[in-house]
Write a new protein. Structure first.
Lengths: 159, 105
């Protein structure tokens, strides 16, 4: 699975304003709503489900990266977006570091395989420090989009 | 005290596969042991103490993985890993993540 298969270009947020965990999640879910990827009446339910998942254990997986996510019956396919926070946000990460890079994922309940393949793609690409650093330095959604495209074209990862 | 690595085969039993929470559980388990734990899928070996690495396996339900432990407590470490896989990471009856929280040990 490639980024282009699940990241909604129109929902990328290269300059997150939120300074809290819930704020970031609200901002990214709103961006998916603005991009027409989720229903307005589902927004609060989706935010609540993602927050509930965070209570089970932070999705801040280290290296300044978090993957907040949930399953939700209102989506027909896996939808995701990317957010970049210049200052970083306290996300209760496993390594205690502030999070600058967010990959928010919403998947249909009956498609665990797609969620796994998205995680596989994200983790494989992020192991490349250059890709990780460039993403964190992105200033515009176009910058992020271009980096994701380059990653999809295997310009960062050898294997 | 043997320094030769011990190996065991495990199967991913839980429907959600080796997603983030199971990967987190494996890392937390791995740090409890002195031994170095590694997991292999299709010839690709990754360290059990890195969530990012574990997620790159993309191991779905039914996937067979090889686990290797090397160190003074290798057998105990392997047994613990096997138990975690056998228990389906304690989410075998889960229908919806958010509705049925799994309580970590």
């Amino acid at each position: 699975m490639k980024f282009a298969d699940f990241i909604q270009t129109g929902a990328i947020q290269a300059d997150l304003q939120a300074t809290t965990k819930e704020g970031v999640i609200q901002e990214l879910v709103q961006s998916l709503l603005d991009a027409g990827q989720i229903d307005a009446e589902q927004r609060e339910d989706i935010v609540g489900a993602i927050m509930k998942r965070e209570e089970l254990g932070s999705t801040g997986i280290g290296r300044g990266v978090a993957v907040p996510h949930t399953k939700h019956p209102s989506v027909q396919k896996l939808v995701g977006t990317v957010g970049v926070s210049d200052a970083g946000v306290d996300f209760d990460s496993l390594d205690g570091e502030r999070v600058q890079l967010f990959f928010l994922l919403i998947s249909p309940p009956e498609r665990p395989g797609d969620h796994l393949r998205a995680l596989e793609n994200i983790s494989r690409q992020l192991r490349d420090e250059t890709f990780c650093r460039f993403l964190k330095q992105s200033k515009t959604a176009d910058d992020v989009q271009q980096l994701l495209q380059e990653a999809d074209d295997n310009q960062f990862v050898s294997g | 005290m043997s320094n030769a690595p011990s190996n065991r085969m495990v199967t991913v039993r839980n429907p959600q596969g080796l997603h983030l929470r199971p990967a987190d559980m494996l890392v937390r388990l791995a740090v409890r042991f002195e031994s170095t734990l590694k997991i292999c899928k299709d010839g690709q070996w990754v360290d059990c103490n890195s969530i990012l690495s574990l997620l790159t396996l993309g191991a779905t339900q039914g996937t067979e993985l090889e686990v290797s432990a090397c160190g003074s407590d290798a057998e105990e470490a392997l047994a613990a890993v096997v138990e975690l896989f056998e228990a389906g990471f304690h989410e075998m009856n889960e229908i919806e993540d958010a509705a049925n929280p799994v309580v970590d040990r």
